[in-house]
Ligand binder design. Structure first.
Ligand code: ASP
Length: 310
């Protein structure tokens, strides 16, 4: 069994001029997660580090760079899940926190609950000594311009799902065969205040179970929740499907049943992995056996050695 980490930077349309940034971001995140695994770290440590890395990268819709809600504010959701124990931790609608994925992990590690929301989650962050950051520090020029343009366009939420999305996530298997997932997002552009998407919902934005595998999902949250996409894919794996076939079956069902598009990264405990999507683009990267695989367009699988400079 070869340890592996697979990350995604969101299933969404990526304009040509931004594709380089997305590719560099996911590759650097996968390298970060892989360094943890190579150093003997757990799959949970690897996915949290990988997602933390993308939350700090303003390219992605998570942490700094999050999409803005209807009021022009940042509200973020995140989840982690440990496949060994089925323990999970999630937060939703948090503000003023640079790394919601760390807070989700603290919910898992330090409380008897699995999910804290809004001001309660922020209060918990304070009690754990997680520093609060000014709200403006999470807003980029790019996210503000997209908010202004989208408000002016007054678009239909379903028709335009692809240019309002983005999320980051990771799955990993460590040398002991433990799987884990982590997913973090700013949610959908111009969402209602208080809207919570699929990301922090167990079985939708992520799921991990050592007996089957792990999934981190991205895409149109309202559709992902209807089909509990992450758990649906693991169900197909339980029925004997490969990581790729199960991912495709789950995404195809979501599209045909509720018209939703999205993408996933999936692993099984043997270290097989997949990055699949029904959108036109999904930035992703996987690191295993000292090789980095990455892509952005359907069917693309570029490779380089982990030792090569980015
Ligand atoms: N799933 C996220 C949400 O609906 C958005 C995304 O993944 O692109 O909040």
């Amino acid at each position: 069994m070869f340890p592996v980490v697979v990350v995604h930077g969101g299933a969404a349309k990526v304009p040509k001029e931004r594709s380089e940034k997305f590719m560099l971001g996911v590759c650097s995140s996968a390298r970060t997660g892989y360094a943890v695994l190579r150093g003997g770290g757990s799959s949970m440590d690897a996915v949290v580090e990988a997602v933390n890395h993308m939350e700090n990268d303003p390219t992605f819709n998570a942490g700094c760079g999050s999409m803005l809600n209807i009021k022009g504010e940042v509200e973020m959701d995140a989840i982690v899940m440990d496949g060994k124990t089925l323990a999970s931790g999630a937060v939703s609608a948090v503000r003023n926190i640079a790394n919601p994925i760390q807070l989700a992990r603290l919910v898992m590690d330090k409380t008897s609950h699995t999910f804290l929301t809004a001001e309660g989650a922020n209060q918990f962050a304070r009690s754990m000594g997680v520093p609060e950051v000014p709200p403006e520090s999470l807003i980029t020029e790019h996210s503000r311009m997209r908010w202004i343009n989208k408000l002016a366009a007054g678009t239909n939420p379903v028709e335009c799902q692809m240019d309002k999305m983005g999320t980051v996530g990771a799955v990993a298997v460590d040398s002991e065969g433990n799987v884990a997932c982590a997913t973090s997002t700013g949610g959908m552009l111009i969402k209602m205040e208080g809207r919570v998407g699929d990301t922090p919902c167990i079985g939708s934005g992520g799921y991990a179970d050592n007996q089957v595998g792990a999934v981190s999902a991205t895409g149109y949250g309202e559709a992902i929740m209807k089909v509990t996409l992450a758990r649906l894919i693991l169900f197909h794996m339980e029925q004997g499907q490969s990581v790729e076939a199960a991912s495709d079956l789950g995404l195809a069902y979501m599209e045909s049943r509720v018209g939703g598009l999205g993408g996933v990264v999936t692993v099984d405990p043997q270290g097989h992995w997949a990055a699949r999507f029904s959108t036109s683009n999904m930035s992703w990267a996987a690191a295993q056996k000292d090789t980095l695989h990455y892509g952005l367009h359907p069917g693309e699988d570029l490779t380089q050695s982990i030792e090569d400079p980015l």
